[in-house]
Write a protein that binds this ligand. Structure first.
Ligand SMILES: [Zn+2]
Length: 310
């Protein structure tokens, strides 16, 4: 396989489908000197031992400095500079960029040069859950490998061996049927977070709590967990407020709570709030002040739930 491998691969598909695991497996097999019949790394040769120790000099994972932030141009320049050197262990040199859409424009431009002038025995693996956000010039120079959501019955069977049966259907819903994401949801407590958050949103809507004390509570929780949960709740609120009662939502276990939470809120205001969250995410990637972000969210929610709207 290695001999016919393209210089750049784009692993594209929703989160939780195993793209990162695939990238690691491929990267490991490329540096292995004796991959098995399936193409998997042998796990015992000298390069494999370096891989297992996490210190193989020819494997590099390029990620944002902090989760949710951008991949800076310096990281790509390092990649470009080392990609022209020959591999230290004599095999392949493999770079994994995850998530590729975290590259800003300057980073993407810097990478483009490497994509346009491929170096032999160097492989770039781009991982992206949002390939639409990548520059077309980047996408067009990669061989795209699409990861699709497996049939629901297969996911059910796989998950049945690994997940808590009581929250099984809820895990499937909140993960959009992506198996690894369902496990992540279970481990990180996504359902519990949404339950807590929808309760807090209800309290705020009813003006029964001091918004600042709610913000204080939010600050104690992982920001990504909270903001992803908020986006999923809001998506459900929009569907429920649109009167799409029998539609699939992320939180079937909270349908009643979310239904009453959506009551009396103008649909346009919900859409506006959603746009604000998307914009906030984009801005946060550059400059994140957690407290201001959370206060802004609480204030916007208070605005759109003000009796009479606006
Ligand atoms: Zn090996």
């Amino acid at each position: 396989m290695a001999g016919r491998l393209p210089h750049a691969l784009l692993l594209a598909g929703a989160g939780g489908l195993g793209k990162a695991a695939f990238a690691t497996r491929l990267s490991d097999s490329l540096v292995c000197t004796r991959p098995d019949g399936e193409g998997d790394a042998c796990g015992v040769c000298a390069p494999c031992r370096l891989t297992l120790a996490g210190s193989h000099p020819d494997q590099k994972l390029v990620v944002p400095g902090e989760p949710g932030k951008m991949i800076k141009i310096d990281a790509i320049r390092d990649l470009t500079a080392s990609s022209v050197l020959s591999a230290q262990e004599g095999g392949y040199r493999v770079f994994v960029i995850d998530p590729a859409e975290a590259m800003n424009r300057a980073s993407a431009n810097a990478l483009l040069k490497t994509l346009e002038e491929p170096v032999s025995r160097t492989v770039l693996i781009l991982v992206s859950s949002h390939p639409d956000r990548l520059a077309a010039t980047i996408r067009s120079r990669c061989q795209v490998v699409k990861f699709a959501v497996p049939p629901i019955e297969e996911v059910r069977a796989w998950l049945a061996e690994r997940a808590d049966p009581a929250s099984f259907e809820e895990l499937l819903a909140i993960s959009g049927g992506a198996p690894l994401r369902a496990l992540q949801a279970q481990e990180e407590g996504w359902i519990e977070e949404s339950r807590r958050l929808s309760g807090e949103l209800a309290t705020l809507k009813q003006r029964k709590a001091n918004p600042l004390s709610i913000v204080e509570e939010w600050e104690k929780r992982p920001l990504t967990l909270l903001s992803e949960s908020l986006k999923r709740c809001l998506s459900d609120l929009i569907k429920l407020a649109s009167g799409l009662c029998d539609t699939t939502i992320y939180h079937p276990g909270l349908r009643g709570e979310l239904q009453s939470l959506s009551e009396g809120i103008d649909l346009q205001l919900l859409y506006g709030f959603n746009d604000d969250l998307v914009r906030l995410d984009r801005e946060s990637a550059h400059n994140l002040n957690v407290q201001m972000k959370l206060e802004y969210i609480a204030n916007r929610w208070l605005q759109i739930t003000r009796p009479g709207g606006r």
